[in-house]
Design a protein around this ligand. Structure first.
Ligand SMILES: [Ca+2]
Ligand SMILES: [Ca+2]
Length: 703
């Protein structure tokens, strides 16, 4: 309670740089010191009241200013405190006995309330005196349905995209409310979904490294559980729906990065008892790569408006058009699920949430903390009898919302008080809170070790790169053989043809800090971190992040102690990638592939070029395993290549040259060499891609 208004003050400073200083009773001040536990608080306007550790003072002022509120009211009537930290003298925290906060650390979690402020008295009254509380009891409890899309940014027509055709989602937006500033806490499936499932930052619960806990029995911190358990205890039937509607199959995906049981009661709301309210979620696969065409509404690549941080290249336009066509397929399926609700007479009893699990699978999207990675569509349709005051069908809200707030709000709408430790905030109905900022975190994704954090307010985004010596585009096989746009960017960068923000994204290093003014620069292309005019904003954002890291016990500050078994085979040599069953290395001027005998072993290279008659040539040798075939993905069928031809390989240990002619009917995107399931080694001296007329497109000589 006492710490709740920090961000409000920070925000006021950001807005006006005026700080009010009003008297505050000693009791309240001392309580503030006590709550702050290991931190040092200094009275801004009067002599120090901190309990003594002045030796920690010094260095630069963190710039975080705390105003306390008077308990029980929503007015700001406090003194102003300034928080100092000596960056140089505070040692890095040692690894705790457990990887996650338990016991006393949970107390710290409970005190973390800085990201929100209470609504003003008038706002609170207007929301809580609405029809919600009365009708929730009079008309029974609402059913709640989550429609969860993969890898989706707000690229729907109702969010302003003029090329895409999304009538069902647009209708949901008209009948519900559309939120324009919703963000996930992590830009990758398992981290984000673990956070949403618990209402906790993935960094708090140790779920931050992508799929790190699939096989190690990792449990959630004491007291933290999937939010569906609260609904189950309140009498709800919970399901992760598979047969969602005719022709619509939910994936049933959870992708939780922890071990748990009894998250769902079943696989469909039809399994509930008579009269029992339900919570259900449908997980759609569509917008995850590989993309699929939408024959009913083909999208003309020439009409695409590309973000300015991509090169305007025909293949990039085609890749983006495929993403939007896939999104149209998602829209059709969402329409069918909503139609089922109506046919079953449930539409007027069911609150529907639609959102993405993180942003679009494109460079600077998924796995990054730019808007493309963390900003998601969020539509919430509440039937008339459950609508809280202030909720307007067809309305649009630019309130800052974190995906973990969807969790807390769902509980609240179901009449369940979110538990005190939950970091998500209620954003609709009684007890609604307004965020002053959201925080997002990215840690290891697949084989790619990274740590990035961001703070985003309505106007600014602050990004901290903990590994500035590594490129944004360090090796990540998943992205390198799935994103043709990334392949195009790599190729153009190599040729010196990339400029501006696109070139910065491919650079060998990155800045330690980034600051963007999203009002002036919504695509985050002008880093203001070094701009003296924004020095104070930078310091304030830094301080917010520092405090969040400390208070939530951000687990990303501790290195991981093992390599995930499924990441070991992800290797890359000059862009030639392996994922399972083999490893690539460069030795004596050759690419050497060591095969384990796995039947899925492949060597893949993303290379984007216009289609036509061409040939892959290579010089190779092996005294055991054989190459069996070449397949080539076009930009329209990535990961589902329709084209393959066999290779007559001679495994006699001698160097031999091979030539495999093939025809690419559209832009070539990925070349895949397939191996027989035999353990051993194959070496490639060089590989060449040529046009049928003899023009050499690309040579890899592994020098
Ligand atoms: Ca996803
Ligand atoms: Ca060579």
């Amino acid at each position: 309670m006492l710490l709740e208004s920090t961000s409000a003050t920070v925000s006021r400073l950001l807005d006006s740089r005026v700080v009010s200083q009003m008297p505050l009773g000693n009791r309240l001040a001392l309580e503030l010191v006590r709550l702050a536990a290991n931190t040092v608080w200094v009275d801004y306007s009067r002599p120090r009241i901190s309990p003594g550790p002045e030796q920690l003072l010094g260095g630069s002022a963190g710039g975080l200013v705390v105003t306390s509120t008077k308990s029980g009211t929503n007015e700001f009537r406090g003194s102003v405190f300034e928080y100092f930290r000596n960056d140089k003298s505070v040692p890095l925290p040692s690894r705790p006995a457990a990887h996650h906060p338990t016991g006393p650390a949970c107390g710290i979690l409970k005190s973390w309330r800085e990201d929100t402020m209470p609504l003003t008295r008038r706002e609170a009254v207007s929301l809580s005196l609405g029809a919600f509380s009365r009708s929730a009891t009079a008309a029974g409890r609402p059913n709640i349905l989550w429609l969860i899309a993969e890898d989706l940014s707000p690229d729907l027509a109702c969010y302003g995209n003029r090329v895409v055709h999304t009538p069902n989602l647009d209708r949901l937006a008209r009948e519900g409310m559309r939120f324009t500033n919703a963000f996930v806490t992590g830009p990758v499936c398992s981290a984000s979904r673990s956070a949403i499932a618990t209402g906790m930052y993935q960094t708090t619960i140790g779920a931050h490294n992508h799929r790190s806990h699939r096989d190690d029995g990792y449990r959630l911190p004491q007291g933290v559980e999937p939010f569906t358990r609260y609904l189950q205890r309140a009498g709800y039937h919970t399901s992760n729906v598979i047969n969602a509607a005719p022709g619509v199959r939910g994936t049933g995906k959870t992708d939780f990065n922890f071990v748990t049981e009894s998250v769902f009661d079943g696989k469909d709301w039809s399994e509930r008892r008579k009269g029992q309210p339900f919570y259900a979620q449908v997980n759609f696969s569509e917008t995850h790569r590989p993309f699929r065409r939408s024959p009913e509404h083909p999208i003309d690549p020439s009409r695409i408006v590309l973000p300015p941080y991509y090169p305007d290249h025909p293949s990039v336009r085609k890749d983006w058009a495929m993403y939007l066509e896939t999104l149209q397929n998602l829209d059709v399926k969402v329409g069918k699920v909503l139609a089922r609700l109506e046919q079953e007479g449930l539409a007027e009893d069911t609150i529907v949430f639609f959102f993405g699990d993180h942003g679009r699978p494109m460079p600077r999207g998924k796995q990054f903390l730019y808007e493309g990675g963390i900003r998601i569509p969020l539509l919430v349709r509440i039937p008339a009898k459950f609508r809280p005051a202030g909720y307007k069908p067809g309305g649009v809200s630019d309130a800052l919302i974190s995906a973990i707030d969807i969790t807390a709000t769902t509980l609240k709408l179901a009449g369940v008080e979110p538990p005190a430790h939950m970091e998500g905030r209620v954003f609709l109905g009684p007890g609604a809170q307004r965020r002053q900022f959201i925080i997002a975190a990215r840690d290891r994704c697949d084989e790619t070790v990274d740590r990035i954090r961001c703070v985003r307010t309505q106007r600014f985004k602050y990004i901290r790169n903990f590994f500035p010596d590594r490129p944004y585009t360090q090796q990540n096989v998943y992205k390198d053989v799935n994103y043709p746009t990334l392949a195009v960017m790599r190729q153009l960068y190599e040729e010196g043809k990339l400029s501006g923000a696109a070139a910065a994204f491919l650079a060998p290093r990155r800045p330690a800090e980034e600051l963007y003014d999203l009002q002036a620069d919504p695509h985050e292309t002008r880093n203001l971190a070094e701009d003296p005019a924004h020095r104070r904003t930078l310091e304030q954002m830094r301080a917010i992040l520092d405090r969040w890291i400390r208070e939530t016990g951000d687990q990303g500050q501790y290195p991981e102690d093992r390599v995930m078994p499924w990441d070991r085979d992800r290797t890359e040599v000059d862009g030639w990638c392996t994922q399972s069953g083999c490893r690539a290395s460069k030795q004596a001027g050759a690419l050497k592939v060591r095969l384990s005998g796995d039947k899925n072993a492949r060597l893949e290279r993303a290379f984007v070029t216009s289609g036509g008659d061409m040939a892959l040539e290579f010089r190779a040798r092996s005294s055991g395993p054989a190459l069996t075939g070449l397949s080539w993905s076009l930009i329209t069928d990535i990961r589902n290549p329709q084209n393959r031809c066999p290779i007559q390989f001679v495994a006699d240990g001698q160097w031999r040259e091979y030539r495999i002619p093939f025809q690419a009917a559209d832009d070539l995107a990925i070349l895949t060499l397939e191996f027989a399931p035999t353990a051993g080694e194959i070496e490639f001296d060089w590989i060449r891609l040529k046009r049928a007329g003899g023009e050499v497109i690309k040579v890899w000589d592994f020098a």
